[in-house]
Design a protein around this ligand. Sequence first.
Ligand code: PEP
Length: 248
Amino acid sequence: MRRKLAAGNWKMNGTGDNLAQIAALTAAHPAPGVDILICPPATLLSRVSDAAGNAIATGGQDCHAAGSGAHTGDISAAMLKDAGATHVILGHSERREDHGENDQDVRDKANAAIDAGLTAVICVGESLAEREAANTLAIIGGQLAGSIPDGVTAQNMVIAYEPIWAIGTGKIPTLDQIGEVHDFIRTALEKRFGPGVGRSTRILYGGSVKPSNAEGIFAVSNVDGALVGGASLKAEDFGPIITALENA
Ligand code: PEP
């Protein structure tokens, strides 16, 4: 049995003013059937953790592969944990594009996160050119093989399928396309890690999830929740997505 997960990625958005959204979310959408995770900018992590209490988990958006050292501007997994995080997003396509992160980098970071006691939310996804060339499954398969460390469990890893061309664009794949990729990921996890881990690991869909399309997406097989960017910034948008997930 996989618990559903609604995860919000605030990206480089938010100051102390946004803390009111956490209170609004907690008050308006108590969702006992759904795990809720907010990944704010690192500057807000401890304040969001304090505001969220037990109702909402918090996570980082990246971590360094090393535990400490001369890495100006970077943050270690242990530091995220110290600030209240239980999760960290790794390998988001914006990190892969803006910072040249490759699968090995993501794997190293995932190892560091897991060693520090965090759950790694590992992102995979194809570009539009890769989808149009009918390479989606090959790309996803390669990213899964390269980015996920050996020895993971269903507790310390979540997979997020995020087609790059769907992020922040308002476009989403067809529900059949989402189902095809999620089924493929499930099978790949079962083959590599065995049926226990494979069947228990949560697989999120991410890319332009909104209140208006959430119900359809959550009805797709092997979609265990969502990683939500823009629509996670406001409780009035994220709340209905959480409700749709709870009702799925
Ligand atoms: C994301 O950045 O992980 C994301 C899914 O963004 P959006 O929901 O805004 O497309």
